[in-house]
Write a protein that binds this ligand. Sequence first.
Ligand code: OGA
Ligand code: ZN
Ligand code: ZN
Length: 395
Amino acid sequence: MTAVDLPAAPAFIADWRSYPSSVDLVGLHPAADRLDLLWRDGRISPFHHQWLRDNCACSHCVYDVTREQLLEIVDVPETLLPPHACIDEQGQLLIDWHDGHHSRYQPGWLRAHAYDDASRAERRAQHPQSRLWGAEMAEQLAQFDYQTVIEDDPSLLRWLLAVRDFGLTQLTGVPTTAGALQRVAQRISFIRESNFGVLFDVRSKVDADSNAYTAFNLPLHTDLPTRELQPGLQFLHCLVNDAQGGESIFVDGFAIAEALQQETPDDFRTLCASAVEFRNKSRSSDYRCLAPIIALDAEGRVSEVRMANFLRGPFDVPAEQMPALYRAYRRFIGMTREPRFRLQRRLEAGQLWCFDNRRVLHARREFDPASGARHFQGCYVDRDELLSRIRVLQR
Ligand code: OGA
Ligand code: ZN
Ligand code: ZN
């Protein structure tokens, strides 16, 4: 469904969602620079004049078709005189500003965007939380049927929520024809192309341009740590797996980061603070990225792990920090080898892995190409596409 197919929301909501009011507005107290709104459950939410004017959703301030803002708050005086405000019979907040502008706000929308401490804490608690896992994932792995997720939106949503929250899922019953993966990935959205193609073929090649395209053991890694933005999701689809060996191994990088932070906090800080170079070169390309192995988001939570020993450049930190960096790096890799964190499973023809490449590290055990054929196809989709698809399916 595209944006234009959506049923029209009231013009005074600058959004595509609807905001049923769960709690009524029962009063308002004007203050010098804001209104304090009182809710039936006793909560008091301050709304500053600037904030209210900035979020007016009338058709002068927001273009009805795109639901994008036309108003720039800098075009309104910085100190707004206290406006005339009231709550009407439908429970909406009405405001008459001194320059003759009128604004109207739905209580459900105001409640959903209130920024008093309780409302902000409530919203934070609703943020999706990563569900960390270790070796027990072997019994809990979320598996989904290909045909069902292709045909049925609620099943698609269940799969995508598992990808978002656990970072590792498996699809079964996938056709074993080359290119079938494309249909799966496009069920989410755009595929992210790379120098290895829209789909990449994983098999042992004589002219390999990556260790991935050999039969060697490929230690736990994220793909394309050489890029400023590592691909969010990775798919690996098994077309043939008749060779001996080649089992897949996964660890939850967020679970390891958390354990590292608890068990050896100095090592955790070192991996957050030290820039490490990852690179991949071929005759026609030269990718490099300098970034920490563990990245934190604006709120200090682990948001990304970046790791591929076979793509790493020599450490380049001040001499006095080198011993600490080696200690932390050895500790991290040592943890990825601990059974408590690992899931090992052989992927069979018609199955595919879908995992969060910025969170979950994957590995392949050595295989014997003389013992039989082995051919996987892979591709990437960015995290933004996953999250957008989930939100649209949830509307
Ligand atoms: C890769 C990779 C896994 C496998 O191509 O990056 O990790 O099982 N392959 O071959
Ligand atoms: Zn307006
Ligand atoms: Zn890989």
